[in-house]
Design a binder for this molecule. Structure first.
Ligand SMILES: Cc1ncc(COP(=O)(O)O)c(C=O)c1O
Length: 431
């Protein structure tokens, strides 16, 4: 960075801000989305039974894009996980393994399916469920594992599939952060039994609100319709004998997709490769400008994998810094860098999953077969605790923004060039 800027006073101490370029508007919306939404509105097909032409086209296009035999449109990512769990056989009294290091839906969707979540730790230094934990925590009541490809980083699926294969437990992928991510040449969401995606407005592609699931199994596809699709669709499509009686109760949760959302999402799907490429270019530029900054360590992707994009994580190496991670974040954010910490709170420790009085008001604490929800003790997920303390999260825009990336990098260089002043600030007593 320019010497002048590095000598300037930190913004935290009253100096000028380094990042003055605004974040580009998000989501990236063009006339295509507007026209598609207008077409649906003017067609007056604002609600169908999940079989109208816009919904059908959505399911066809998304299945084709991801190379999956079936796509089921849904109202959200949460409903997609619920339906995926129902499809693979999660019923009241089942245990489902998941991570606390997650968005809450990969926990609550298990409860919606009548299951009991069992929190697993992540692999050391990693953002994904540890296969060793799956082995340790699986019981004869375990009916599924939810693997979240957190922050767009593909989980190392082979060891997970191996353990789950040996135990006979189906794997559900939560791909809400990872549209377009690939593992060994396959799209995330097409590797396990079922892949569940959110299209909520902050995701790599959006419907506003919406979701879908992918599966290669016709049986899973039909079973997944049961919790939330309309009885009319179930009666016409259902060929699985034991599922047919559900047809009259179809729509119990009403998880159908809004056709306007489907039309927007179809246009967004066409943009996905370009949006991900722009984010990769922005990230490459930022990383190149920070290559001599050892306190920021970028996670290594598994070889043969391609990342998708949501919040972009890194690790803060405290051994290379004279100040704490939180002080570093404060100083960078005063410069306008918009850096976050761990992102999600530790869901294993929130009142809903610690206080059984609260839990019992929403969910069944103990099932007839003896399966019982057990709150996690503080310190029982040590790998997660470690990664939480060292996490950083960057916002990488979906529109090529070289100036913004340079200013973000400059803000970090400025903070490092003023390390002595920052250490002094950190040590100063505060009221
Ligand atoms: C990892 C993950 N899973 C699931 C969901 C749930 O998606 P939705 O908000 O569409 O229900 C989200 C949404 O933020 C998410 O980030």
């Amino acid at each position: 960075m320019a010497k002048k800027e590095s000598k300037e006073k930190l913004a935290l101490l009253g100096g000028p801000k380094t990042v003055v370029q605004p974040q580009p508007p998000y989501p990236v919306i063009g006339h295509e989305e507007v026209n598609a939404a207008t077409e649906v509105i003017m067609s007056r097909q604002l609600s169908d039974v999940g079989t109208g032409k816009f919904i059908q086209r959505f399911e066809k296009d998304f299945a084709r894009h991801f190379g999956s035999k079936h796509c089921l449109s849904l109202s959200s990512g949460t409903s997609a996980i619920h339906c995926a769990l129902f499809a693979v056989g999660v019923r009241p009294g089942a245990e489902v393994l998941t991570c606390a290091h997650n968005w809450i839906s990969a926990i609550t969707a298990i409860l919606h399916a009548g299951g009991t979540p069992v929190f697993c730790d992540v692999k050391p230094g990693c953002w994904h469920i540890d296969p060793a934990e799956i082995k340790r925590k699986a019981t004869p009541n375990t009916k599924a594992v939810v693997v979240t490809h957190l922050w767009g980083m593909p989980a190392d699926m082979d060891p997970i599939l191996k353990v789950c294969g040996e135990l006979g437990i189906p794997v559900i992928e939560d791909v809400s952060h990872a549209q377009g991510s690939k593992y060994k040449g396959k799209y995330c969401g097409t590797i396990g039994e079922v892949g569940a995606f959110s299209l909520q407005g902050s995701k790599a592609i959006v419907a506003g609100e919406g979701g879908f699931l992918l599966t290669n199994s016709k049986r899973n596809f039909q079973r997944a319709q049961v919790p939330g699709h309309h009885g009319a669709r179930l009666s016409s499509e259902m060929s699985i004998k034991e599922m047919k009686p559900f047809a009259q109760g179809g729509g119990a949760w009403t998880y159908r997709m809004f056709p306007v959302a489907a039309a927007i999402a179809i246009e967004q799907l066409g943009r996905l490769p370009a949006l991900n490429a722009a984010r990769q270019a922005n990230f490459d530029r930022l990383r190149a400008r920070l290559k001599n900054v050892p306190l920021i360590q970028w996670p290594k992707l598994h070889r043969d994998s391609v990342r998708g994009w949501y919040g972009t994580p890194a690790n803060f190496d405290a051994s290379k810094a004279p100040f704490s991670r939180d002080t570093f974040i404060k100083a960078c954010n005063a410069e306008g860098a918009g850096i976050g910490g761990e992102g999600y709170c530790d869901y294993s420790q929130i009142p809903l999953f610690q206080d059984m009085d609260l839990y019992s008001q929403m969910f069944v604490p103990k099932h007839a077969n003896g399966v019982e929800f057990k709150p996690v003790k503080l310190g029982d997920l040590p790998n997660y605790d470690a990664i939480k303390k060292s996490s950083l999260r960057f916002i990488i825009p979906a529109t090529e923004s070289p100036m913004l990336m340079d200013q973000m990098a400059n803000s970090i260089h400025k903070v490092l060039a003023n390390a002595d002043a920052l250490v002094k600030w950190e040590k100063a007593p505060r009221k």
